[in-house]
Design a protein around this ligand. Structure first.
Ligand code: ZN
Length: 133
């Protein structure tokens, strides 16, 4: 893991939360992006190089909808940037962490991503992400 890349926050209403976080952070979001395959619409804020990713479900079976149903709005995941995603996936798997997918998926913000199961990371959903080349 090379840096804390972003913090993902599950929200019910992206427009309302964009306004709230713009007020909180003192700056507007810099992009909105839908990831249809994951059933989410995201917006991004840059805070000194670490991003805040707001996540809104676009369909009832979206992982974000399930999360909000169970736990309510709030911090959903921490994302760490890596430069060799496949190497990092193998290393983490060998060290006993459970990967939620065996292949990276396309994430928002021009990233390839994979998640580690929270049961192996002290209850924290961890994303590893790599810039698409
Ligand atoms: Zn993320």
């Amino acid at each position: 893991m090379e840096k804390l890349e972003h913090i993902g926050i599950a929200v019910k209403n992206l427009e309302e939360s964009n306004r709230l976080f713009a007020k909180l952070l003192g700056k507007p979001h810099y992009k909105i992006e839908e990831v249809a395959s994951e059933g989410v619409r995201t917006s991004f804020f840059d805070v000194g190089g670490v991003k805040i990713e707001l996540l809104e479900a676009t369909r009832p079976d979206s992982p974000i909808a399930t999360f909000i149903e169970k736990k309510g709005e709030g911090i959903h995941h921490l994302a760490f940037g890596v430069s060799q995603l496949e190497t990092e996936m193998k290393a983490k798997s060998d060290e006993g962490f459970t990967l939620l997918a065996q292949q990276p998926k396309d994430g928002a913000d021009n990233k390839r991503i994979v998640f580690l199961h929270p049961k192996t990371t002290n209850g924290v959903l961890v994303e590893m992400c790599e810039d698409k080349k």
